[in-house]
Design a protein. Sequence first.
Length: 317
Amino acid sequence: MSSEALSNENPVSDEQEKLPPAVRAVENGLDRLPLAGPLDALGRATALDPAISPLQNAVKKLPLGGLRDVLHGRWLGHPLHPALVQLPIGAWMSAGVLDLLPGTRRASRVLIGTGMVAALPAAWTGAADWAELHKPQLRTGLVHALANSAALGLYAASLAARMRGRECRGRLLGFGGLTAAGLGGLIGGHLAYRQAVGPNKAEPVQHLVEPGWHPVGKVDGFPVGQAASASLGEVKLLVYREPSGGVRVLADRCSHQSGPLSQGTVAEGCVTCPWHGSTFRLSDGWNVRGPATAPQPSFETRVRDDGVLEVRLPEAD
């Protein structure tokens, strides 16, 4: 292939031309790193499926009760797992730095042990979140967990070697553990941001709905005592006519994984998502049970004299 063809295939913008050559070289090198492809392939790795179902069922059957919502981070307003993983990663990275310095053996051991202890609650929160995902996310999440488990095992072996006086072997195992933890973090980042595990799926609603009142349809067209679906532009709505005459309207797509709430069950003033069981109050959209950690956008309602139901989202931009 000619140099002219290569130039046309990878055109350089005017902004790139203004950058120092060293910066351009780094940018071009990063563009050629083959990372996104292999990471995307994890979500298509069907060979992992036989291991996923029994593990997922085992996690779901754990008698955790209300502790499950604590692990999800519902009380925090966002997933707890990303916050907890900072503790073992920070401890192990610090131990790696100290291993490069003289006279830091004891401090390195303390940090490695601290990281191992901190990894346990991080693993529990990750497992609770993992069990409530879609299949491609489950596959990537399983590899993420395997990498982190390998890191924990290597650090356990590293600490054991150090306690036996095999300092060099212990440091090598420690650097191996740090490498595995780094790989696990890379996969975790892909899982969180590329595959969108954890973010509030209902957050865009407030930007998609225009301010003010909007007609949805004749109120008599919605059944009494039964969840129904409606549309407001790009936004799907759950409409529920109460036997008392009131009308409750929430964003239809669940904030957890975009499940259709209008297909869920309504009981005791709440709707439960048919996909993963998140439960929201119809009166204000509050998430009363996880795995959802964010509430649903709740619309104000009114019925015009001609019987048309109108809705308004107070938080609309």
